[in-house]
Design a protein around this ligand. Structure first.
Ligand code: AMP
Ligand code: MG
Length: 534
């Protein structure tokens, strides 16, 4: 019997590996660390590992790939998506890119521990690129090992799927598989290396191209390769814009600006902090990509960042994400300049970021508050006062907006009492007299403003509940799932995956996943602070 006959379905995936077929590749076949010039990718085979063990897979992603549960639970699935076997049609390679890290140009970075297996065309005709993260060394691994540990892989796997179900543009995750091998990590770079379990996540996206892929060519004055990659990206991922030309380059860049703005508005809506918005971690498709030391706001705090590596400058704090995305787009504009040679037109295109973000943010805030539309003259102060109140009271962002929907504003004194009780319950600090007074005043303004819109309580509540999730991947929940998984118990990973499928639904019986952060999690590593070590 042939291998194909043994494993009919995984070998029957339809691959169309266009990226490597149409773009210049690195001629060097061997896998060693180096600078790679004039190429979009290098060959890199995944490392063979001892004992793959499936931790979890995404049902929805499997369905999109036309894979049945039987296939996903088969040994062959684990062997393939840990990197031990290439299915028919797979071609393994790593992408070449550079990037600005923490505001500084870092030169060549590349997929140091990501290996693409190919591009599947599914039965709907969609292009889905499969990528293993943590499957071993590539020419871009620099001084690192090409591996990933279970803790960061659980976080990437769960958050990718959670974000998708929240309606946030994101790369997806098909599977999470233990390698059966050990990896050494010094989690806080403090001279305390530990042995951790190795794992591989299979990520899925239309493409994994980043701002940094374009930047590296321009930095090296390789305009020929830059043009090839831009033309390819437009033809493959933005065909609706037309055949590449200078005007199309401009409308494409404006579209990247627009998509990036929409992504950031979503992050601000759900309280997501990416943590490492370097230009190599910015998707050209406007997808959230590279889940490292990300985190979710618990107590509302615009200055919060989960990333200990960024603790000093707080460049990537919650309240700075919109500015940083713009800064990153300016770097992309600089990278595209040699093809366009019109600085003013690029400036104009950048306006589509600002305009989309401003309009999107206002509409988003109005929706979170259950208002028909954002009326800048009044609502700006309404939002600012609320954020100041929530910051001072250390109010849980997710719980507050969800429970605000339950306050019936048509009642007079009852709604004041309900609101103060709700604010007390959802805050991590007790409310001072002064805060109680500010809260009462805020509610009065909000009540008048909201009643003017004329919505019924039920209509207001339902519309708010559609944009204010009840369930997000709270930092401590992810850590509990990790703690259990490290003991060989994957039930919580799978239960969280399930609950986070319907983040806007009430889900009776699952309320413990929508609880305030417990005290033990306030300062615990992994819950409130994370490093880039993963
Ligand atoms: P990040 O900002 O974490 O997305 O990664 C920055 C760069 O470091 C990228 O080029 C990664 O591929 C690379 N990198 C991160 N961790 C590893 C690792 N364990 N092995 C090899 N390369 C890595
Ligand atoms: Mg990265």
């Amino acid at each position: 019997m042939t291998a194909e006959a043994d494993h009919p379905s995984l070998d029957n995936l339809h691959f169309d590996n266009r990226f490597i077929r149409e773009l210049p590749g690195d001629p060097e076949p061997d896998n060693f660390r180096r600078q790679v010039y004039n190429a979009c990718y290098s060959w890199a085979l995944p490392k063979r590992v001892k004992q793959p063990q499936l931790v979890a897979y995404s049902r929805e992603m499997a369905e999109a790939l036309d894979l049945s549960p039987e296939i996903c639970e088969s040994d062959d699935f684990s062997q393939i998506f840990v990197g031990n076997r290439l299915a028919t049609g797979m071609q393994a390679y790593a992408m070449c890119y550079g990037g600005h890290q923490f505001g500084h140009w870092a030169g060549q970075l590349g997929d140091g521990r990501a290996i693409i297996l190919g591009e599947v065309i599914n039965s709907q005709g969609q292009r889905l690129t499969l990528q293993l993260k943590g499957a071993g060394l590539t020419p871009y691994s620099r001084s690192a090992d090409g591996l990933a540990v279970l803790r960061s892989s659980v976080r990437e796997f769960l958050c990718s799927e959670a974000m998708h179900h929240l309606g946030v543009p994101t790369t997806r995750a098909l599977s999470l598989i233990l390698t059966g091998e050990q990896v050494v990590r010094d989690m806080f770079y403090d001279g305390n290396p530990q042995i951790e379990a190795g794992a591989v996540v299979c990520r899925v996206a239309q493409s994994f191209t980043r701002f940094g892929n374009f930047q590296l060519f321009t930095a090296r004055d390789d305009i020929d390769s830059l043009k090839k990659l831009v033309d390819y990206t437009i033809r493959t991922d933005f065909p609706e814009l037309g055949e590449p030309s200078v005007p199309v380059y401009l409308s494409w860049f404006a579209e990247v600006c627009r998509r990036t703005a929409e992504m950031i508005v979503h992050w601000q809506r759900v309280g997501f902090v990416h943590g490492v918005m370097n230009t190599d971690n910015m998707s050209i498709l406007g997808l959230t990509i590279d889940y490292g030391p990300y985190g979710w706001l618990e107590n509302f705090d615009p200055d919060w960042t989960p990333n200990t590596t960024d603790a000093k400058g707080r460049r990537y704090r919650f309240g700075n994400q919109a500015k940083i995305a713009y800064w990153n787009l300016v770097q992309l504009a600089n990278a595209l300049y040699p093809l366009i040679l019109r600085a003013e037109s690029l400036q104009t295109a950048l306006l589509s970021y600002t305009n989309t973000f401003d309009a999107g943010w206002q509409a988003m805030m109005a929706a979170k508050l259950g208002l028909n539309a954002f009326e800048a003259t009044e609502d700006e102060a309404l939002v600012n006062d609320l954020f100041a109140l929530m910051t001072a009271a250390e109010t849980d962002m997710t719980l507050f907006f969800r429970q605000l929907a339950d306050i019936d504003l048509a009642t007079e004194s009852q709604c004041q009492a309900d609101f103060l009780a709700m604010l007390t319950n959802t805050s991590y600090e007790p409310l001072s007299e002064e805060l109680i007074e500010r809260a009462s005043l805020w509610l009065k303004v909000y009540q008048l403003r909201s009643l003017r819109d004329g919505r019924s309580h039920a209509a207001r509540r339902d519309s708010m509940n559609a944009v204010n999730p009840k369930y997000v991947l709270r930092n401590y929940l992810a850590q509990m799932a990790i703690d259990n998984a490290e003991q060989g118990d994957f039930a919580l990973v799978n239960e969280l995956l399930d609950v986070l499928r319907k983040p806007y639904a009430e889900q009776p019986g699952k309320e413990s996943f929508a609880a305030k952060r417990p005290d033990w999690a306030k300062q615990r590593a992994g819950c409130s602070m994370l490093s880039c070590s993963s």
